[in-house]
Design a protein. Structure first.
Length: 293
């Protein structure tokens, strides 16, 4: 309860309504209440089916300036608009995100004060947007299902690709989810070789821990680094490699997989644990330890 003379904030009202001590716990409670069978539904999750269960009566694919929008009809049902030009994994995530907004609207008695006369949203709260992204991830890639997959297949680039297909999610969002759910600190890099210099640049990376670098600061593997030869020739590799991920060269445990040859694109998972060699993962031909002189 808010102190006398103070109005509860929208976020505190949301937590109170869904009985969560924190906003993320409230999101999880909302999902459990609406979709108690989420952990056992066939994969990939039927997001459109979940949308119907939350009163979304229509999903319209059209050109938008944003990824998606949600509005409410006078009868209390919802209509979701999705950007038709986005790839399917992105549209699935956006629909799950818009489903999450219905939990906020319900907590505010359908959010009457947030709607304009035509049912459109006048503005969006950044914190609510972040929590809806969190909810969308929980919907598309339930933590228990991701953990089960990791236990069966271990930590490898192939595991990540398999998870992407199984959950029908984007490679990057799946990489982020593996890092969130897994028991070990991971760094996932998507590399592309510059044909003019031969240098490998990280197009994006996802990871947990202090080694994860800020956006706009790509890691590089140059021709003078010991790992460059492997990056340039191998289709699969797993073992210790000397390379730099934003700092000095270190002996990282890396599992890598060639995704395309022209241009040469490589997916790597770096396991930041001293016992990385003991972790289960797809075994590939052993590579000799690289040394520096």
């Amino acid at each position: 309860m808010a102190p006398i003379g103070m109005q509860p904030t929208p976020l505190s009202s949301f937590c109170s309504y869904w009985k969560g001590r924190t906003p993320k716990l409230a999101v999880r409670n909302a999902l459990s209440s609406a979709f108690p069978d989420l952990a056992t539904l066939p994969l990939p999750i039927d997001v459109a089916g979940l949308a119907k269960r939350r009163g979304i009566r229509e999903i319209i694919y059209t050109e938008l300036q944003s990824d998606g929008q949600i509005s409410r009809s006078p009868s209390g049902d919802y209509v979701v608009y999705l950007h038709s030009a986005q790839p399917e994994p992105r549209r699935r995530f956006t629909l799950a995100h818009e489903i999450a907004h219905t939990f906020f609207f319900e907590a505010r008695q359908f959010g009457l004060q947030r709607y304009m006369g035509d049912g459109a949203l006048p503005s969006r709260d950044p914190e609510e947007e972040r929590l809806c992204d969190f909810a969308a991830t929980e919907i598309l890639m339930p933590a228990a299902r991701v953990s089960s997959l990791i236990r069966r297949q271990g930590y490898s680039a192939n595991t990540l690709l398999h998870a992407t297909q199984k959950f029908r999610s984007s490679l990057r969002s799946t990489a982020r989810r593996l890092g969130e759910v897994g028991r070990f600190k991971l760094l996932v890099h998507f590399w592309e070789q510059d044909v003019s210099t031969g240098t490998f640049l990280s197009i994006w990376h996802e990871g947990i821990g202090a080694r994860a670098r800020a956006e706009g600061e790509p890691s590089v593997v140059t021709a003078d680094q010991p790992a460059h030869k492997t990056f340039s020739s191998a289709e699969k590799f797993r073992g210790r490699y000397w390379l730099s991920l934003g700092g000095p060269l270190e002996h990282y445990f890396v599992d890598g997989l060639l995704l395309s040859a022209k241009p040469r694109r490589i997916l790597t998972i770096t396991i930041l644990d001293r016992l990385a060699e003991l972790l289960p993962g797809e075994r590939v031909e052993e590579v000799p330890q690289q040394t520096l002189f």
